[in-house]
Design a protein around this ligand. Structure first.
Ligand SMILES: [Zn+2]
Length: 159
């Protein structure tokens, strides 16, 4: 049985190759770490010093679908690195604050809804790439992977 590190290394290498082969190469450094207690599948963030970090939950690692999750997160990284409006934090903060201010939203559930709406928009644009990556991949098991991934993703991401 492969160690956790070997699984992550292999999945990261495969995901980066699939991204590159589909025309969405990420030249910057990407570090993948596991947070065993993370209550959702994973997330990505940019390092101030350059490059990105993808945090994968313990349950995502155990699901056997970590490669699909990594591709999804790498698509967020790609959108951020190419400064797509859906991943431009300055733009999103400006719009978010305007919506909050105009509608006088103060309750925490209201602010959570705004955050979730932004996350949905970001996921739509990330998955616009990830489904292209899955479709371009062969053998066909990658298409199955994408379906399984999206099912697991939907099950766990919105608790
Ligand atoms: Zn996402």
């Amino acid at each position: 049985m492969l160690s956790e590190n070997a699984v992550i290394r292999s999945a990261t290498r495969n995901a980066l190759k699939m991204m590159k082969d589909s025309g969405f190469e990420i030249p910057d450094k990407i570090e993948v770490v596991v947070d065993p207690k993370l209550p959702f599948m994973g997330y990505s963030t940019k390092r101030r010093s350059g490059g990105s970090v993808i945090v994968v939950s313990g349950m995502a690692l155990k699901s056997g679908l970590v490669e699909g999750l990594l591709i999804h997160e790498m698509c967020h990284v790609y959108r951020t690195n190419t400064n797509h409006p859906s991943h431009n934090s300055e733009l999103l903060n400006t719009v978010g604050h305007a919506v909050i201010h105009r509608n006088q939203l103060t309750e925490s559930y209201q602010l959570d809804l705004i955050r979730q709406a932004v996350n949905h928009i970001q996921d739509l644009y990330a998955d616009d790439i990830s489904f292209q990556v899955f479709q371009n991949s062969s053998p066909p098991h990658n298409n199955v992977l994408s379906l399984c991934y999206s099912k697991v993703y939907k099950t766990y991401i919105y608790r």
